[in-house]
Design a protein around this ligand. Sequence first.
Ligand SMILES: [Zn+2]
Length: 281
Amino acid sequence: MSPNKLQDPALLQALQQVLFTEQVPHMLNSAQSAALCKQLSCSVLELAERMLPLAASFAVTPKSHFNVGAIAIDTQQQLFLGANYELAYGPLTGSLHGEQSAIFNALSHQASSIESLVINAAPCGYCRQFMNELENAKDLQIRFNQQNYRLPQLLPESFGPGDLGITAPLHHLALSDAHKPSDFAKASYAPYSHTQSAMFAYQGDKLLAWSCYIENVAFSPSLSPLLTLLSQLNLNHLSLDKVERFELWEHNDNRFSFKQELQNFAEYSEKPMTHHGYSKT
Ligand SMILES: [Zn+2]
């Protein structure tokens, strides 16, 4: 969806005045969200709710045609948009949910703690479990259908990281000193398998987007680095046509590899890929 199709002229005008662009933003920093809230006389939660059609416009849904828009809000009132992403080929497990996309978008920008998620549909059970990995899961506010909930209301008697002995759940990625590709792989959140994996999309030497592996205590809702990378490209308005090559970086001692997953996509998209190992921790 282009912003021009958004049925909210006041939001469209405010976005253009604050961002000086017609391009749908993939995030709003604190100053931008404050300026928009002031101009529209609304709260940050209401702003996020009004922006959901824009978030959903990033969805890629060749199978379900069900476009999910999700917006994560951190404690600094920054907004991070996300949308679901499905692969056109292969099994249905080849899909990233909108809430996962928004949470990775926030983590990749080194957001402060996520305090709210605003969604254009009720979160599925899989996403409720994924959100339960966050350090502040018990206080996480979820808003959909004009109603606010706390995650424990939506996921009572839950299974969480503590049940597998994890004392430092997901709250940020160690990106502050990340420069080399292996640094981004090391930023993976993988307390259950200790797998370090990162994927990169390049146009020549220019890095277009990156992703790393994020695990979940229930294992299945863990994030595929490939789907996360494709979601990140999309959120940044970068089409696959721009990508000239993919890179995968993994620790040599990983118990498993995402090489086959990327290889399948590289063949499907007719792009070259390279696989790199590193040893130093
Ligand atoms: Zn979901």
